[in-house]
Design a binder for this molecule. Structure first.
Ligand code: HEC
Ligand code: HEC
Ligand code: HEC
Ligand code: HEC
Length: 230
């Protein structure tokens, strides 16, 4: 295959994975993905999910949040900055020091915490400590400066504002589409509105993208952006 054909077919696969179906990826789809650290790091006695969640935090004084049974050590970064512009209507809130689903992503994706740094480590786990951010190559600390990333951690515009700025209005506080395929978190847009940390290759996902509901505009442009930006 020539380089150009490869690029075209990759683009096609991306279009198809972005627009052809809409269903939540099963949690098991994380297997074999960039988030499958059990396979990647060879942890015989550790379960795949425990890199991020754990059913129980034991010990006399368990540390770490109860939120989503989170087990990966959260980042200490206190200021990520927020996106601003002259036209943006919504007001993002600083994520540093918060506990939202975006902070869960940032616990790894701001590049400051080692991947195998947990609140509840598993006895007998055979991982060696990893230096901070070693698994991130050119993307090291991709999200440490959130002034330059798509805005997150803001209340999704209400129907009136959405109409005024040409956006898909949110069906309810839980999702833009009303079926949980483009989720909001307490009405807010977060990293996990566009990405699903569990959506691996077996669910047909690319870069952990959510399966957005198919619309003619998306088919036309091959881009999930126009699901929301009408
Ligand atoms: C790389 C980290 C990571 C791994 C590994 C992971 N999760 Fe998650 N999980 C997250 C994040 C981040 C969220 C919050 C964002 C969201 O709701 O999609 C979440 C949310 C959830 C939720 C609540 C929201 C929902 O979609 O139902 C459940 C349940 C869950 N995970 C189960 C699992 C199971 C089961 C596994 C193992 C098969 C697993 N997770 C592996 C990161 C991970
Ligand atoms: C436990 C650590 C951890 C958590 C939590 C985590 N990630 Fe990742 N993620 C990684 C690592 C490590 C990679 C691989 C990076 C690399 O190969 O350079 C990765 C890769 C990715 C990729 C690129 C996938 C690819 O195929 O190249 C995306 C997109 C991504 N993560 C998004 C997210 C989002 C969004 C969240 C939260 C919903 C999240 N991640 C939570 C550690 C994590
Ligand atoms: C509006 C949707 C949207 C939101 C919100 C979003 N992303 Fe992404 N993300 C994308 C798109 C589109 C790409 C791939 C193209 C690109 O790099 O711009 C991507 C790519 C990535 C990658 C892979 C970069 C690479 O080149 O390997 C990572 C990691 C990632 N996002 C993490 C995050 C994190 C962490 C957040 C929250 C702070 C987040 N994303 C919020 C749409 C989004
Ligand atoms: C899930 C819905 C959703 C998706 C998907 C999405 N966006 Fe957004 N985006 C928003 C919302 C909501 C805002 C905030 C708009 C406002 O308040 O003015 C926003 C803001 C923006 C802004 C800043 C607007 C301004 O006035 O400064 C840009 C630029 C943008 N998005 C581009 C993109 C691009 C490019 C993509 C595809 C990679 C994308 N968006 C995907 C919902 C989305």
């Amino acid at each position: 295959m020539s380089k150009i054909t490869k690029v075209v077919s990759l683009a096609l696969i991306l279009c198809i994975s972005l627009s052809a179906y809409a269903a939540r990826a099963p949690k098991s789809a994380v297997f074999g993905s960039a988030h499958d650290f059990k396979t990647q790091l060879g942890g015989a006695s550790y379960t795949l999910c425990n890199f991020c969640h754990i059913a129980h935090k034991f010990g006399s004084a368990p540390t770490g949040p109860g939120y989503l049974l989170w087990n990966h050590t959260l980042s200490n970064v206190s200021t990520y900055g927020v996106y601003t512009s002259d036209s943006m209507r919504s007001t993002p809130t600083e994520l540093g020091g918060q506990l939202t689903v975006s902070n869960l992503c940032l616990s790894c994706h701001d590049g400051t915490v080692a991947i195998n740094s947990w609140y509840e480590a598993q006895a007998g786990s055979n991982f060696q400590p990893l230096p901070q951010g070693t698994l991130f190559s050119s993307e090291a600390g991709i999200a440490r400066d959130l002034t330059k990333q798509h805005p997150v951690n803001f209340v999704y515009p209400d129907a009136t504002t959405a109409a005024a700025i040409g956006m898909q209005p949110a069906a309810d506080l839980n999702s833009v589409d009303g079926n949980g395929n483009v989720p909001l978190f307490a009405g807010r847009m977060q990293c996990a509105t566009c990405h699903d940390a569990h959506a691996g290759p077996s669910s047909g996902a690319h870069l952990f993208f959510r399966a957005f509901p198919s619309t003619p505009a998306q088919t036309l442009t091959g881009s999930s952006c126009v699901y929301c930006h009408l």
